[in-house]
Design a protein around this ligand. Structure first.
Ligand code: MN
Length: 130
């Protein structure tokens, strides 16, 4: 069964693109558009993977990551930052907050899903396109 992937992202066009690409490959997406909603979504749904923007209303992505990592029921869910931040040190700060990886926006439609899938166990990957 393909993974359920949480998208925590406040930018509509970016959210739409990620949803489009993931749905195209057969993944289920769960969406939140601010950090508080995102945390509530993750606690309620226990997704298989989380993609989280860093710059978010109410709680930023670093705080979302800290709270997920502080929760024993959630801390093993792979957590990936998807962000336009590109200041020196942002990547290190993201990794320190608990993000496994850091994808820079703009998203590359040709490679996005393949990059995401590296962080999913094989049983949760969508069937490869023939
Ligand atoms: Mn944002």
């Amino acid at each position: 069964m393909p993974a359920r992937i949480a998208l925590i992202e406040d930018h509509p066009a970016n959210l739409e693109l990620m949803q489009y690409l993931l749905h195209h490959f057969g993944y289920v997406t769960l969406v939140a558009t601010d950090g508080e909603q995102g945390l509530a979504l993750v606690r309620r749904e226990r997704p298989d993977l989380i993609l989280c923007d860093l710059q978010l209303p109410l709680l930023d992505g670093y705080e979302v990551a800290r709270q997920i990592k502080a929760d024993a029921a959630l801390r093993d869910i792979p957590l990936i930052a998807v962000t336009a931040f590109s200041m020196p040190g942002d990547s290190e700060k993201g990794l320190a907050a608990g993000f496994l990886a850091y994808f820079a926006k703009p998203i590359e439609p040709e490679t996005f899903v393949a990059q995401i899938e590296q962080f999913l166990p094989p049983a949760l990957r969508a069937a490869p396109a023939q």
